[in-house]
Design a binder for this molecule. Sequence first.
Ligand code: TMP
Length: 214
Amino acid sequence: MKGLLITLEGIDGSGKSTAAKQIASRLAELMPERRLVLTAEPTTGQVGKILRAELARASSIETRPPAAKQMQELFLFMADHAHHLTKTVLPALETGAIVLSDRYADSTAAYQGVTLRGIVPDPVHWIQSIYRPWNLLPDRTLLFVLDPHAALQRMQSRRGRQKFERLEFLRLVDENFRRLAALEPERFVQIDAEQDAKKVAEEAIKAILNVIYK
Ligand code: TMP
């Protein structure tokens, strides 16, 4: 049986992590015989841990970090993605599993595509060109679309806000995600994340079943 890679993307607060858990348990009910791997980036591996610590620390920094720091962050995200691919995603796909990844390479293009503005020309495109020779494209990418203002309001109650949660920043990330979706309309399915959580999960499951039974 052929493995299937489904990725979930969206700005912080778009509800994709909550949906990921609901999708995973519903798919397990619908297809008890099929192996399902729920995974995420940043990973829980060594580089992922460094990234999470860096992101938490950066929340108190107001000024724009130097270019070298932004590049360091980009390459940490890329190293974490390479680790994720080799240790988790590819081996799971080889067993025929459905791999559900909460964030993947498109997050790097969308987020670091913002942090690298003014450092490299057209950073989204540049990041994609670095990934292209070695990345595995998902079979489907579900993009959870939510107005950044609403996303920030949802996150207000959460503790430990990270630097990526500011409104202006999220607006730019949102634009990048929409641009990525417009470039590959066959791979991306846009989910209206403004709806209540149950409806969001239902729509996401429908999109995944469409890929499985196409
Ligand atoms: P999470 O909240 O989905 O766990 O992700 C942690 C933060 O890391 C989130 O603000 C998005 C950001 N991020 C990037 O900037 N680049 C990436 O490549 C990934 C995977 C996440």
